[in-house]
Each structure stands twice: as C-alpha cells, then as structure tokens.
Design a protein around this ligand. Structure first.
Ligand code: ADP
Ligand code: ZN
Ligand code: ZN
Length: 723
C-alpha cells in the first residue's frame, strides 16, 4: 500500500504529501519515516495503490492520534486560512507525541533552576535573546521536554542554558490530573424560566445559539446543565473560555460538577500534563474538554455541544502562524459533527448579534441577573470638569470619596485602567526625544521596580537613562506604568489601605496571576489595581466599588472596533461589582462623557448600543458589512519590502477594477514601521462579502510569491489590531 505522508517538518518547500510504502493503516495515523536522511515522524493523509516513484522507503506505523473527522476539519482550515498541512496537524497532536525523531532526548525534561539571582541572569543573558526567551518559557510553563524546547528555541539556546546551569534536568512529573485538588462547592439550583428555555432550546435543536446575558445572569449554569444533558445522552462537550479567564473558580465549578470527566487543556501545563489530559480525552475517560482556543481541537468523538464563553473575546483569534479564528473553526466542527454551538456573552460580537437578529443564529436571552443580585449603578464623571476645578489627580472627587467610604465599611475596591492608554514612555523634556526600541520602532516603557526600559513588543531591555542621548539634558521624564502610578496616589490618599497590583509586569512569574487573585479573594487586600486582566470572570463577593480610570483610552485608536471594545470593557469590569448580597457601584471617569458608548453603557443597554453601532458600520461600510483584509509585508531589506508591496498592490488594484467590489484599497507603511528588525509595509483593503470567498485565494497566492531571505508575508482577515 502506498501511504501519502505529511512529514513533521515545517517549511513551505516540503509542505506536501510524500509517498511511502506501508501497511493499510487508518488516515490520521502517525508513522515513523526517514526523510532527507533524518528519522522523523509523519502523518498519513492519503492512501493509494500505486506511486509514480519506482522505489519507496517504508513507513512504520506508530499510532492513530487524529481521526477522520479531525482530518476533515483540518482540510477545511487549510483552505480557509491558507495554512500548511503540518502547522495544522500540530494543533491536533500534543508535542510529546512528536518526539519520536530524537529517541535519546525523549526522556529529558528540563526545568528552570531554583534560586537564581534574577539580576545576574539578566546580565549574563543580555546578548542572548533566545536563551532569555527559553528561560522565561521554562519559568512560566514549569518545565518542558528537551526536544520540544530545542524545536521552539533552537538547540543552541537550550544547551546554552544548560551549560550556564539555568536549566536543569528533572524527573518528569507523574501527576495525572492537573489541578485535581481544585474543587468548588456543588450548589443545587433550580433553573429560572429563561435558563430553562435556553437549555431546552440548545439540547433540542441544532445550529448556532447566541446566549446573551449580563454577568451574573446564570450563563455558566446553563452551560453546565447543557453539558450534563449531553453526557447523559452519551455525548461529549467542548467548552472554550478566554485564556485569562481560566480561573480556579470556573475550574472548581466544573470539577465539583463533573469530577475527572473534565480535562483541562491549558498552555500553563507542562508537556507531560498536556499529553496526559489529551490522552484521557482520546481514550474516553474524560468527556469534557475545557480550555482556551486550542481546546477546539480536542480529540473527542461524538461531540454534542461546543460552548464558547465570552465569545466576543479577541483571544479566540490566533494572531501568529498558524492564524485562525477558533470561533469559525468551532462552527465548522460543530456543523461537521451535528453538534450545537453555543456562543455566550454579555456583549456579543457585532456580527454574532447581527446573525441572531437576522435569524441565522437562535437568540437566547437571560434578561435579569439571578435573584437578589442587581446590576451596579454606574456613575459617569466628567474629568474635564474635574480638571477645570483644579483637580490634577488621577482620581475624581467622587471616586476618592467612594473609595474612602468602601474602605470604611471594610469592603473591597477594584480599580481598572486601560494598559494601552497608560503605557508610559521616556521622553527628554528639553528636546522631545523619545526612547524607542532599536528593532521595533515602538517607544520603550520604564519599569521602576527593575530600573530598566523595556520594549513591550519584543521584550528587549535597555539601561535606564541618566541623560538624553541627543542633547545631553538630564531632564528626562521617566514615567511610571499606569498601575504603579495609581497605586502610589492611592497610598498617599489612604496610607492604611492594602493595595494589590496586577498587570503584565506583576504577573510574569508562574502562578503569580492566580496568587494575586486568591490573595484578593481571601480578603488580604482592600484594593486591587489592574489592567484588562482583572476584567474577566472573577467573582469577589466583597467588592462593592469598581472605579474605571481613563475609560476613553481605548476609544481613540484608529480602529473601527474602538467603541465596541470600550463597551465590552466597561460592561465586563462593571460586572465585578456587587455580585453577592451587597449592592455595587461603578464610577467611570472619562473626558468625553457624552459619547454614546457611555450613554448606553451607563444603563447596560447592549441592544441600544448595538443598534447605534451597527448603523454606523453599515453607513461607513465596515465589518460585519465588509471584510477587512490586511496583507503584511515584512523584510530586512527595505527595497525588497517596497517592491513586493508595490507588486501586490498593483495586482489587487487590477482585481478591484475588474470586480468593482472593493470598498477600499491602499498600500502604506504599517503603523509600527519596524518590528524585530524587519521593515513593515501593508496593503489594506475592505471587500464586499459576496466577493470575499472568491478573492481570498488570489490574495493568498500573492503572499506566497514573496519569499524574502529574512522576513514574511501573510494575509489577515479582520485583524484584531493593526499595528
Ligand atoms: P454568568 O455566567 O452569567 O456570569 P453564573 O452562571 O455564574 O452567571 O451565575 C451567577 C451566580 O448565580 C452564581 O453564583 C450561580 O451559582 C448563581 N445561579 C445561577 N443560576 C441560578 C439559579 N437558577 N438559582 C440560583 N442561583 C443561580
Ligand atoms: Zn534631549
Ligand atoms: Zn523591540
């Protein structure tokens, strides 16, 4: 039998099936093969009687990790997103199963060494970015197999770390069920009428359901009841949650309800743990896969329902290779399996709600918060007025008073600010020079605790500056990060308040994210100051006040989604206040109090907001009425980037003239003109939906033509950010 095998090597040149001689094994089987004098593994994607080649090497059968249904999903993804075979296959197969090629590496498991002097390490690895990345990864993941590390960061980097003693071998954990100690209490509830209607519709129907309900309206209860019914009918379930919302709380709830039938697929697990969870799903001992977007690839059979919580969340879109939208993949998979797809949100994506109002999805609404819980009252404070009255602080008077009152009642406070709006840059007051990353053309951020400047784009670190490199002035403004500034002002106003900070800087260490949240939940702090991270799904019954500082920060990005994002954010943050029996209050500070986002946001009027916003999108011809497509061209050689941008642009311009179905097309430098040492250009366009499917293959073909020595070229659909 001739087997068509995709070899586990990712380059454009060998991304096609190769013929091997082998037994008649199922499609999706993993085989050991020799390729270019290397031993590696491959995956069988086709079978035939005869090959055009006279002599074939043999493929040895190992196992069958991918089933036919997954293969067909894979093919759908490949044509939709123009992905390589092997890149998609790797999404379905845990890293540990791909180690056959280096048997001697197989059992070596590395962890970051204990008790390192962080500063010494930073100095030693100053000129070794790959090693730094690998070490960061080890710290975060808690360990990884040598072969996996070597593939990801290069063997040189990994060996460098071992030689310096920063990474060491360790016995592989034999833990079977990660986080199995977590358990929440199992509360017996009687579903409300709305909940019951939703459960009945989902379990009795087919297609896509949009479950719309504010935080605390009982969506999670609906999900769990639906899953329970599916299990009873002998089916399985996938539940996707935003990466950041995988809190002990939701895991605890699921464990309490379903015990070991739940498998967790999370990037925080090490390779061994991930493999174990994968295997429990594969062999049927676990029937519910819970995890971030990658859980959509779970090796389950007989899927009854796929649930996507917080369906509007941008983390469902993969923005690096392989690029895909897990929501669309879930839709394909659900359709393929005849499973129901449930999209849940307090603030559905514009397009999802449009689909629901036009009957393509079934709309299910949970109108009220459960019983006694009320939505907190939201107060809008005009910061322009505050400024006029001479208040130069980050806090309005109203917010300051409210914090004081809450602290006096021994209740907790959450202060939320938008990271992007607050990213502080380093500037010379004398000549206006701004410190930027050499590789990325983005301004550097000062980190007080480490006294360094960091590039948030590539992670590169720079010495803090004593004087301006251009004019020599010592008048350098080194701003603090937003949360630092807020925490400091807070300390000055309320010296006795116990303040916790949570942002990218305080949570870079493994577990610190969970730790900070647990500390706050346990009442070991009075105020939690944080960025986007605290906006998601946590339940703190003692929080009665939420302050939103700089609510506008997300509003003025030249992104058609700014208003939508801002509405989502304030609704979500507000959902943190008053979940239990205490009434909550939200104070939102803004410089544009009359903006419609806040007008509708104040009363949590999603529908009102949606109607206004969808109308704007229709008039201005933005998604969901068109598709935004960006072709990004990045190259070390500027001229090469310019030339290829020009030729791609010209080709597409011809298509636009032919079809007349482009709303817009333009070519320019990208907003961030350099990143990771590459010059970046882009061709940006908006296409009418009716030609989109037809034109994408042409765009993909154009991107494939550009093969710079150093650089890349790819197309993105409705990109989440346009930097
Ligand atoms: P959401 O997922 O929409 O934020 P949850 O499902 O977490 O809402 O419900 C919020 C709270 O209400 C939870 O503490 C949950 O246990 C409780 N709850 C949900 N449904 C009911 C019900 N039918 N009766 C009583 N309490 C409920
Ligand atoms: Zn200067
Ligand atoms: Zn950089």
């Amino acid at each position: 039998m001739v087997l068509e095998v995709i070899v586990d090597i990712s380059t454009a040149e060998i991304d096609r099936p190769f013929d091997y001689e082998g037994d008649d094994v199922p499609l999706g089987s993993r085989v050991a093969v020799e390729f270019a004098r290397r031993n590696t593994v491959g995956f069988v994607v086709g079978k035939k009687e005869k090959s055009d080649f006279p002599t074939l090497k043999r493929a040895r059968y190992l196992d069958t990790p991918v089933n036919a249904e997954q293969l067909s999903l894979m093919n759908g993804m490949r044509s939709k997103y123009n992905l390589r075979h092997i890149d998609v296959l790797r999404l379905f197969v845990p890293a540990k199963l791909r180690e056959e090629r280096d048997p001697e590496f197989k059992r070596i498991f590395l962890t970051a060494a204990d008790g390192m002097d962080e500063e010494a390490v930073a100095v030693a690895l100053k000129r070794a970015p790959r090693q730094r990345e690998a070490l960061e990864f080890l710290k975060k993941s808690g360990g990884e197999y040598l072969s996996v590390l070597a593939e990801r960061f290069g063997a040189g980097a990994v060996n460098g770390l071992r030689e310096k003693g920063y990474a060491e071998e360790s016995a592989v954990h034999e833990t079977r069920v990660p986080l199995s100690t977590l358990s929440g209490e199992r509360r017996k509830v009687t579903l409300t009428h709305d909940q019951q209607t939703a459960v009945d519709a989902i379990t009795g129907g087919k297609g896509v359901f949009l479950l719309h309900g504010v935080t605390g309206s009982g969506k999670t209860e609906v999900y769990m009841t639906v899953i329970e019914r599916m299990l009873a009918a002998g089916k399985t379930a996938i539940m996707l949650v935003p990466e950041i919302a995988l809190t002990p709380q939701i895991l605890g709830l699921f464990r309490a309800r379903f015990g070991d039938l739940v498998a967790l697929m999370h990037s925080g697990l090490n390779a061994g743990e991930r493999y174990d969870e994968w295997k429990r799903l594969k062999d049927g001992s676990a029937k519910i896969a819970v995890g971030p977007r990658s859980a959509v690839f779970a090796p389950l059979e007989n899927i009854g329902v796929i649930i996507i919580d917080e369906e509007h969340d941008s983390s469902y879109v993969s923005e690096s290779n392989p690029r895909y939208d897990a929501k669309e993949v879930a839709k394909m998979r659900a359709a393929q399996c005849g499973a129901a797809l449930v999209l849940g949100s307090a603030t559905p994506d514009m397009e999802s709600y449009l689909n629901a109002t036009e009957g393509r999805y079934t709309l299910l609404t949970l109108k009220n918060r459960i019983a006694a819980y009320q939505l907190p009252e939201m107060e809008i404070v005009d910061m322009v007025q505050e400024f006029r009255y001479g208040n130069r602080s980050l806090f309005s008077e109203a917010l300051r008073d409210a914090i004081g009152a809450a602290l006096g009642r021994k209740e907790q406070v959450i202060l939320f600010l938008n990271r992007r709006g607050f990213a502080s840059f380093v500037m010379c007051k004398a000549c206006g020079w701004v410190a930027k990353c050499e590789d990325c053309d983005v301004s550097l951020t000062y980190h007080k605790s480490e006294n360094v400047l960091k590039c948030h784009c590539c992670g590169k670190r720079y010495h803090a500056l004593a004087k301006c490199p251009v004019c020599g002035s010592t008048e350098i403004k080194q701003g603090k990060t937003g949360t630092e500034k807020v925490a400091e002002e807070l300390k000055a106003m309320f010296p006795d308040a116990r303040v916790l900070r949570m942002d990218n800087d305080t949570t870079s260490r493994k577990d610190s994210y969970f730790r900070i949240l647990s500390e706050f939940a346990a009442g070991n702090a009075d105020v939690l100051v944080g960025t986007q991270m605290i906006a998601k799904g946590h339940d703190f019954p003692n929080v009665t006040l939420v302050g939103i500082l700089e609510a506008d920060a997300a509003l003025y990005f030249s992104d058609y989604r700014s208003s939508e994002r801002t509405f989502q954010l304030i609704t979500q943050v507000a959902g943190r206040a008053g979940r239990a029996d205490k009434k909550g209050r939200v104070i939102l500070q803004t410089y544009s109090p009359r903006h419609y986002v806040f007008r509708f946001g104040r009363t949590y009027d999603y529908e009102g907001f949606w109607r206004k916003e969808i109308n704007t999108r229709m008039v201005t011809k933005f998604p969901p009425f068109t598709k935004v497509v960006r072709v990004l061209i990045a190259a070390e050689d500027e001229q090469q980037a310019v030339d290829s941008t020009r030729s791609i642009y010209r080709a597409l311009l011809a298509t636009e003239e032919k079809t007349g179905k482009f709303v817009y097309i333009g070519a320019a430098r990208s907003p961030v003109t350099r990143m990771h040492g590459l010059t970046r250009y882009q061709v940006l366009m908006r296409l009418q939906p009716e030609v989109f499917e037809r034109i994408m293959p042409e765009i993909y073909a154009l991107t494939a033509e550009f093969k710079p020595q150093k650089g890349s070229c790819f197309a993105e659909i409705n990109p989440q950010s346009l930097i």
